[in-house]
Ligand binder design. Structure first.
Ligand code: ADP
Ligand code: MG
Length: 238
């Protein structure tokens, strides 16, 4: 696993600057949660880390090496989306192994990784099904499985549970926590859900209009929000 360093990261779409000089040092194995109102730049920041969006200012390093100009594949970072983004025509097994096949991995190695991930995520019984034959929670597990088999340097999650109903959301949150305890993977996780943020995060970064308002351990933010804005997202109700 590798740490991720954001050094004065900025993003402009034409004349419109949406991310302003963000500095964050994410330690190897850390679980960082990003929260903030809709439109504050959370997805844009994740997409820049993943390499899905150009970085228009600053330096991004993964494992100490600058990656600004590397393609998503070269960065070796896995991203899990809220809409799962599974291939509908492929079985679960093929969804999980597709990326490895494209990269020319040996088939016994692919089989080993898919089996491991399927065990960890409890989706062994669904390997021959297609996404349409799965529940939302099962699809989300497959999407996570597809990320895990890559054995990436880091995981990025963009509101992965927001399409699930409340009880499934709780179950999957506990699964993600277990998975993180087991894998200790460097993770950046975007959520709207305060409970997810408080329970999953090593640190929480509260974003507002393209800047980080405050970053710290969940309890520190909860007890000592730096502003009313942070208190609204994390702090105790006053
Ligand atoms: P969040 O994920 O926090 O809701 P986003 O990162 O999606 O926010 O968006 C941040 C800002 O960037 C918003 O103002 C949004 O309208 C703008 N934005 C996002 N993508 C584009 C784009 N492709 N072109 C222009 N503006 C964009
Ligand atoms: Mg978003």
């Amino acid at each position: 696993m590798a740490g991720i360093t954001l050094n004065k990261i900025s993003k402009s779409y034409g004349q419109l600057q949406v991310i302003h000089d963000i500095d964050i040092d994410i330690a190897s194995g850390e679980f960082l949660v990003l929260v903030g109102p809709s439109g504050c730049g959370k997805s844009t920041l994740l997409r820049m880390i993943a390499g899905l969006e150009d970085i228009t200012g600053g330096e991004l390093a993964i494992g100490g090496a600058t990656v600004n100009t590397l393609s998503p594949a070269e960065r070796n970072i896995a991203m899990v989306f809220q809409d799962y983004a599974l291939y509908p025509h492929m079985t679960v097994e093929d969804n999980m192994s597709f990326g490895l096949k494209m990269r020319g991995a040996a088939s016994d190695e692919i089989g080993r990784r898919v089996e491991n991930a399927a065990n960890v995520l409890k989706i062994k019984d669904f390997l021959k099904r297609r996404p349409a034959q799965l529940s939302g929670g099962q699809r989300q597990r497959v999407a996570m499985g597809r990320a895990i088999v890559r054995e990436p340097a880091a995981f990025l999650f963009d509101e992965p549970l927001s399409n699930l109903d409340a009880s499934l959301r709780v179950e999957m949150r506990l699964e993600i926590a277990k998975l993180h305890n087991r894998m200790k993977a460097t993770t950046v996780y975007v959520t709207h859900d305060q409970v997810e943020a408080m329970t999953l995060a090593d640190r929480i970064a509260v974003m507002n209009a393209g800047v980080v308002e405050q970053i710290g351990k969940p309890l520190d933010l909860y007890r000592k929000p730096a502003s009313l804005f942070v208190a609204r997202f994390i702090g105790s109700p006053t």
